[in-house]
Design a protein around this ligand. Sequence first.
Ligand code: SF4
Length: 246
Amino acid sequence: MGGYIMQLQNMSVNDGSGIRTDIFMAGCPLRCAWCANPEGQTQDNPMVHYAEADEIVREIDRNAVFYRFSGGGVTFTGGEATAQPAFLDELSEMLYDRGYDLAVETCGIFRWERVAHILTRMSTIFMDFKHPDSGEHRRLTGAGNELVLENMARAADLDTELVVRIPCVAGANASDETLARSFELIKQAAPGASLELLPYHRYGEDKYRQLGRKIPPDSFRIPTEEQLERWRAMARSAGLKVVSYK
Ligand code: SF4
């Protein structure tokens, strides 16, 4: 069995410990207005292809030496890694059985009953949180934040490290007031979780052009390092452990 992916990115160091291979899986239930990987939102565009699980595992095996000596492994990302649950289940089971360290990056929109046993194979779960106001979350991403908060609370109860990631888009979801409310909600839902603030970037713009789509609006701005430092300090004051995988 196989599934739809954009690419395998070897030598990645931003999505978990050590040197990793990121598997970019296609399909996503959200349509975030700032998305950096618009080609990952669907499975039917020229940047997506079908791959057999065996084929992916063989490619991962070729990089095993890097994982072993760096404490790295494999990270499922996307798109949304849980959008193809049967494929993720099969692939993660094959890699888990071979002893690889696994991590997953998710937008938090998935059916818990279908995905929970897959999450227990992960050493780290990265879960996005995008806006504290559900109406604004829906306006900016296409869905409310209730399910994200529910899944965050459930993931926090697993015996797995949980890192909540906020993509900080000035002019959209990143202001002192909005982030302070996000920190409170995260602390309530997942008191033991770590927090990572990811600054918005515009590297995905060329992909929008290739797909014939409108680029994100100019009103979405990259936060300054000073703002990021202030927000990290606010998060620490709110009792969250702030981490960085960059
Ligand atoms: S969840 Fe991620 S991949 Fe999906 S639309 Fe949002 S930013 Fe893009």
